[in-house]
Design a protein around this ligand. Structure first.
Ligand code: CUA
Length: 300
């Protein structure tokens, strides 16, 4: 697959060259006319009048039309190339917008907010929404596309280099629109396969007292932790929540040092960090909060 950036570069050069030619032509004609018909060269008199000139009129209608047709053809070709026309996607991932987080499904295996993809692989995202219109946009990896409830749009993503790429919901979707961040982690094929293998497994910890706190509270009505009785689907799948670098679709960024504290703070009062979020405050004792946060972080 020819990388889209090269196609954009070529098109930009062609359009730039055409624009330069037009600029030189127009300015040249202007300077020539000023010089050729300057007052000192002519005795002032009646200005020349023209009725019409059919040939000229046809020429200056046809020439711009032709230029626009050429530019349109080049643009459509480049857009098709960026969207991966003629190249079968090597991988399809379903992405669903929620107020205010992202669900990613790899053939039914669900995760949230952090999209992992292999490098050098054309990815097709099948985009939809469960509530309002969102828009998926990671500027470095591809174009932007709306996520509409009730229909599926398609978007081509392509990462040439491994790394972390940030994106953002690009359609105003409610009070927490700004905190609907996307993180794409592009990995080598083997790193990606390891990640996918791990994410596909049920939770790896054995049942603990902390897990019982989760299962005994309202958490289970919205979240799934595969391997337990928690099978809610309204909120993000938490089976491997501890492996994600952010909490709440980017509102809290975790490092090794602060991850448990951040998780605790989030669970203790999501509305403090993301007012309007559908996640309610769950009344828990301090000890239960400590245990629950450590448990969630352990789900890697
Ligand atoms: Cu989702 Cu803005």
């Amino acid at each position: 697959m020819r990388p889209p950036a090269d196609a954009i570069g070529t098109l930009s050069l062609i359009v730039g060259a055409i624009a330069l030619l037009i600029f030189i032509g127009v300015e040249g004609a202007l300077v020539y006319a000023i010089w050729r018909y300057r007052a000192t060269r002519h005795v002032a008199g009646e200005a020349a009048t023209f009725e019409h000139n059919r040939r000229l009129e046809i020429a200056w209608t046809a020439a711009p039309a032709l230029i626009l047709v050429v530019v349109l053809a080049l643009t459509l070709g480049t857009m098709a190339e960026i969207n991966g026309a003629g190249v079968a996607p090597a991988m399809r991932i379903a992405a669903t917008g929620h107020q205010w987080w992202w669900e990613f499904s790899y053939g039914g295996m669900k995760t949230a907010n952090e999209l992992h993809i292999p490098v050098d692989t054309p990815i097709t995202l099948d985009l939809t929404s469960v509530d309002v219109i969102h828009s998926f946009w990671v500027p470095e990896l591809g174009p932007k596309a709306d996520m509409l409830p009730g229909t599926t749009n398609h978007l081509r993503l392509f990462a040439r280099r491994a790394g972390s790429y940030d994106g953002q919901c690009a359609e105003f979707c409610g009070v927490e629109h700004a905190w609907m961040r996307i993180r794409v982690v592009a990995q080598t094929r083997s790193e990606f396969d390891d990640w996918l293998g791990l994410q596909g497994k049920p939770r790896t910890t054995v049942e603990t007292d902390a897990e019982k706190i989760f299962l005994a509270n309202i958490c289970v009505s919205c979240h799934t932790i595969r391997g337990t009785d928690a099978k809610g689907t309204a909120g993000p799948d938490l089976t491997h929540v501890g492996s994600r670098a952010t909490i709440g679709a980017g509102v809290l960024e975790s490092t090794e040092a602060n991850v448990v504290a951040n998780m605790r703070a989030w669970v203790a009062d999501p509305q403090r960090y993301k007012p309007g979020s559908l996640m309610p405050r769950v009344p828990l004792s301090d000890a239960d909060l400590d245990a629950l946060a450590a448990y969630l972080v352990s789900l890697r």
